[in-house]
Design a binder for this molecule. Structure first.
Ligand code: CUA
Length: 338
């Protein structure tokens, strides 16, 4: 190959590499990692991306060079020269990808192994999923549906359960992700390393409310977490507002789908607002308390205009004890604002 051609090829390679690198580096494809596991996963992504960029620039340069250099001349109808392969070239382009793919496999295997290590004393939290809410249960037995609070720099094992269909648990910034499958106890390890709030997203199509099945992971300093876990943590905030009924409301996951001013954090939009219960009872031509009870135990009997049947779980008569249900009905009827 002539020296000039080689220089042209190298120049094309550098241009392709620069364009590829700009697309990879200047577009924010990944969130800033918020856990040690995500840091390792991002490393394996970048390891693979740099290899791909190298291969891409060489292939793109050769392709562009060949297109420009070996373009057929005007009026030339002759056949090209016969080519019979090139053994050395074939060995090289088999050996190099083999080495690269093996390297990617080794790096990924190490990352996977490290990311499933929970250390000696992890914090164990049970994540219960249902249409369309998350419930987080801590070692002291307390459950929360408003947020998943985690201390920074401590291994956390999240064990995922489902009460109905397949859901999933994913905090994009923390990298780790798993399905919550009825009958299985899938678990993932996260070690948050950045204080802040991060969205939790369900990534399995689980019903009409799937898109709204979101929550928040709040990573706190060790001191803040200890304070929350020790004090506020022992009395869930809603319990102060409405006693047992508010606790039933929260633990049954109502706030994931319904807005209700009396309960801090109840701002769901999947179902109708519970601050319009009087108007809804009037529209259904029913007494308020009877209407509220019916709407909980037989949710498909009256469907508010603009909403669809079959979204609200129909089994609350079985999952909420009768006395708690009556308390809840009374609480909703007394506290609805319109
Ligand atoms: Cu739960 Cu999608």
């Amino acid at each position: 190959m002539r020296r000039g051609s080689l220089l042209q090829l190298i120049a094309l390679t550098l241009v392709a590499f620069a364009i590829g690198t700009a697309v990879a580096v200047f577009v924010p494809w990944l969130p800033t990692p918020a856990s040690r596991e995500a840091g390792r996963i991002w490393f394996s992504y970048w390891f693979t991306i740099w290899i791909c960029l190298g291969i891409f620039s060489i292939v793109a340069a050769v392709l562009i060079y060949a297109l420009l250099k070996f373009r057929v001349k005007e009026g030339d109808l002759s056949d090209g020269p016969p080519v019979h392969g090139h053994t050395t070239l074939e060995i090289v382009w088999t050996a190099i990808p083999f080495v690269l793919v093996t390297a990617i496999a080794i790096v990924s295997a190490i990352v996977l192994a490290k990311d499933s290590r929970a250390g000696r004393n992890p914090l164990r939290i049970t994540v219960t999923t249902e249409q369309f809410a998350y419930t987080f249960t801590y070692p002291n037995g307390k459950s929360y549906t408003d947020a998943l609070r985690l201390p920074v720099n401590r291994h956390v094992v999240l064990t995922l359960h489902s009460r109905d269909v397949i859901h999933s648990f994913w905090v994009p910034a923390m990298g780790q992700k798993s399905d919550a499958v009825p009958g299985l106890n899938n678990s993932i390890v996260v070690t948050p390393d950045r204080i802040g709030s991060y969205p939790i997203i369900c990534t399995q199509l689980c019903g009409l409310g799937h898109a709204y099945m979101r929550n928040t992971a709040i990573v706190m300093s060790a001191a803040d977490y200890a304070t929350w876990y020790g004090s506020a943590g022992s009395t869930p905030p809603p319990a102060a507002a409405g006693g047992g009924a508010a606790a039933t409301f929260t633990s049954s996951g109502c706030s994931a789908c319904h807005a209700f001013k009396a309960i801090p954090g109840a701002a769901g939009v999947v179902g109708p607002s519970l601050d319009k219960l009087k108007a809804a009872a009037a529209a259904a031509h029913e007494d308020l308390a009877a209407f509220v009870k019916e709407s909980i135990v037989d949710p498909n009997k009256y469907i508010a205009p603009g909403y669809q049947p079959g979204v609200m779980p129909p089994n609350f008569a079985q999952t909420i004890p009768a006395d708690k249900l009556d308390q809840l009905v009374q609480y909703l009827a007394e506290n609805t604002s319109g």
